[in-house]
Design a protein around this ligand. Structure first.
Ligand code: SF4
Length: 501
C-alpha cells in the first residue's frame, strides 16, 4: 500500500465514508469467475471510479487483487490469472475526498476460524460510529476508516456477540446467522456481497435503499448492483434481492431467507435520476424509460418557447428526448462530450469540478447558431457545472438558454451512501431558484416538482408497496440519522483533522 494511515483520529468525529459503489458476486464451479467479475465490474464502472477489487476462493484459499483507478487500470491478465476458484466477489468504489485511499478499497478480506471471509459493500451505515466504538471496546483492531471494515469485523464474530437479542439460529447456517445478526444492528443503507469458503451470500438493507439483483448463467449464479452487469457476461436477470433478504448461492442453488422484516421500500430515487445505467432494469422498468417520463413530466410542468431541446450528455439525454416528445420542440445535439473523462459529479475537488465542464464538453455550433435552446439536465447539486454549460451554449451561438432540470432542487445531504455534499455546498440550500438562475446565467430556470418526479418514477410500478427515498430533495429521511451528522462545521473539522485540508 502506498498511502499512510493517520496515526490517530477522534472516534466521535470519524470520517463519513459516503460512496456510491458497484458490487458483484458469482458462484460458478465451471466458470472463470475472476474474469466474469472483471467484466461485470467493467459494466458497473459508472458506479465508482476510484478503486476496484476482486476476491476469489477455491474452497480453501482466498485470492485478492485490488487497486486505485478504473477497473481496466487495476486489472490485467497477469493479476487476474492468479485469482483462482469458483467463488468471486468484486467491487468498484467512489468515495469522497477523505476516503480516497487504497486501504479503503474493497472487497475487504479477513481470515476467520471458519476460513476466508470477504465483503463488498454499497451504501453507508448511519450508525457506523457506534458500531465502530463497540468493536474497539471489544478489543478488535481496525485498520481503515470505512464502515465496510466494521461490517466484516462484526461478521467475523458469533451472532450473540453482534446482537445481544439475536434469535436462535434455527435452520440457518453459520454465515446466515451472522449476517442476520448484523442486519439487526446495522442502520442505514447496505447492499452486500459476501464470500466464504463455499458460498456467496448477498443481503440488502430492510429499506432496499441501494439496488441489488440476482441473475443466472450457464453454470453459475450471479448477483450485481445493476442488471446491466448481467448482459455483459451472458447472464440473465432473475429478480431483485428483496429488502431485508439474505440469499445464498452455492452448490444447492439459491437459498433465500427474509432475515429482518422489510421496512417501507425506499430505493434511492437518484438511481433513476442519475446513477444507474439507462439499460438497467429496476422495479420492472428500464431506467431509460423512467428518465423519458421525467422529461415528459418536466415539459408539462415547466414549458417555455424555444427552437430546440438539448440534453446534457449522457445522463440527461433520455429526459431531453422525453421533454422534446411532450413539448413538440425538436430534440437536437448541442453538446459533444469527451467520453473518456469521468463524470464531473464525482470529481472530488471543487476546482477540478469547474475545470471539468470545460474539459468535458464542446458546443455543436452548427446546431446551436441563432437558436433558442432548452437545456435539460438531470440534477443540480453544487451548481458548478451548470454555469459553464450555459456559457458554452451561448459561445456556440445560442441566443437564449433555458435550463430545465428533471429532478427537484437538491436541498439536503445524503447520509445513505451518496456523496451529495454538505448543506453549505448545496446551491439549492443556499439560494432560491431565481438566485440560482442568476448565478448560472440562464435566461430561465425551472425544476421538476417532487410530486412530479415521484409520479413519473412510480407510474409503471405495479406493486402496491412501492416507495422511494427522496430525502435529498424533501429532507424526509427513511432511516434514523444521528444528529451529529447534520452539523456541517463538525464534518469539516473531521475532514481536516483526519485527512488534512
Ligand atoms: S438522500 Fe437522495 S441520494 Fe441519498 S438515498 Fe435518498 S434519494 Fe438517494
Amino acid at each position: 500500500m502506498s498511502d499512510s494511515l493517520p496515526l490517530s483520529f477522534d472516534l466521535d468525529r470519524a470520517d463519513r465514508p459516503h460512496e456510491e459503489c458497484g458490487i458483484m458476486g458469482i458462484f460458478g464451479p465451471v466458470l472463470d469467475v475472476a474474469r466474469l467479475t472483471f467484466f461485470g465490474l467493467y459494466t458497473l464502472q459508472h458506479r465508482g471510479q476510484e478503486s476496484a477489487g476482486i476476491v476469489t476462493c477455491d474452497g480453501q484459499t482466498a485470492y485478492i487483487h485490488k487497486g486505485m483507478g478504473l477497473v481496466s487500470q487495476v486489472f490485467n491478465e497477469d493479476n487476474l490469472r492468479p485469482l483462482k476458484g469458483f467463488l468471486a466477489i468484486g467491487h468498484n468504489r467512489y468515495s469522497t475526498t477523505g476516503g480516497s485511499h487504497l486501504r479503503n478499497a474493497q472487497p475487504y478480506l479477513v481470515e476467520t476460524i471458519y476460513g476466508p471471509l470477504s465483503v463488498a459493500h454499497n451504501g453507508n451505515l448511519t450508525n457506523a460510529l457506534e458500531l465502530r466504538r463497540k468493536l474497539l471496546e471489544r478489543g478488535v483492531g481496525l485498520s481503515s476508516t470505512t464502515d465496510t471494515e466494521v461490517i466484516i469485523q462484526l461478521l467475523a464474530a458469533p451472532p450473540e456477540e453482534i446482537a445481544k437479542d439475536a434469535e436462535p439460529a434455527n435452520g440457518l447456517d453459520r454465515w446466515q446467522a451472522r449476517i442476520r445478526a448484523l442486519m439487526h444492528v446495522a442502520e442505514g443503507a447496505y447492499s452486500l456481497t459476501i464470500l466464504t469458503h463455499n458460498a456467496i451470500y448477498a443481503a440488502r438493507d430492510p429499506n432496499g435503499l441501494r439496488p441489488l439483483c440476482l441473475g443466472k448463467m450457464n453454470g453459475g449464479l450471479v448477483v450485481a448492483s445493476e442488471s446491466c452487469a448481467f448482459s455483459a457476461i451472458g447472464a440473465t436477470f432473475l429478480r431483485e434481492v428483496e429488502p431485508g433478504e439474505i440469499i445464498k448461492l452455492d452448490k444447492n442453488g439459491v437459498t433465500s431467507i427474509q432475515a429482518v422484516p422489510p421496512r417501507p421500500r425506499s430505493l434511492c430515487v437518484f438511481e433513476y435520476v442519475y446513477f444507474a445505467r439507462p439499460d438497467t432494469l429496476m422495479e420492472g422498468q428500464t431506467v431509460h424509460d423512467v428518465r423519458q417520463r421525467l422529461g415528459r413530466q418536466l415539459a408539462r410542468e415547466a414549458p417555455v418557447a424555444a427552437d430546440i431541446v438539448v440534453g446534457v450528455p449522457d445522463s440527461a439525454i433520455p429526459a431531453a428526448i422525453g421533454y422534446s416528445a411532450e413539448s413538440g420542440i425538436p430534440f437536437s445535439e448541442g453538446l459533444i462530450k469527451n467520453r473518456y473523462i469521468g463524470r464531473t459529479f464525482i470529481q472530488p475537488d471543487d476546482h477540478l469540478r469547474k475545470q471539468g465542464a470545460h474539459l468535458k464538453y464542446n458546443p455543436l455550433s452548427s446546431n446551436l447558431q441563432g437558436k433558442r435552446v432548452i437545456l435539460i439536465d438531470d440534477s443540480i447539486v453544487r451548481g458548478n457545472t451548470s454555469g459553464p454549460l450555459v456559457r458554452l451554449l451561448r459561445e456556440g451561438g445560442a441566443t437564449e438558454v433555458h435550463l430545465r432540470v428533471s429532478s427537484p432542487p437538491v436541498r439536503h445531504p445524503c447520509f445513505m451512501g451518496v456523496d451529495m455534499a454538505t448543506y453549505k455546498e448545496l446551491i439549492a440550500h443556499k439560494y432560491d431558484i431565481e438566485g440560482i438562475r442568476q448565478i448560472i446565467g440562464a435566461d430561465s430556470l425551472d425544476y421538476l416538482s417532487l410530486s412530479g418526479m415521484i409520479s413519473a418514477v412510480q407510474e409503471a410500478i405495479t406493486r402496491p408497496d412501492r416507495g422511494h427515498c427522496a430525502a435529498c430533495f424533501s429532507g424526509q429521511y427513511p432511516v434514523r440519522i444521528p444528529k451529529w451528522l447534520f452539523e456541517d462545521e463538525r464534518d469539516k473539522l473531521v475532514f481536516e483533522e483526519v485527512w488534512g485540508s
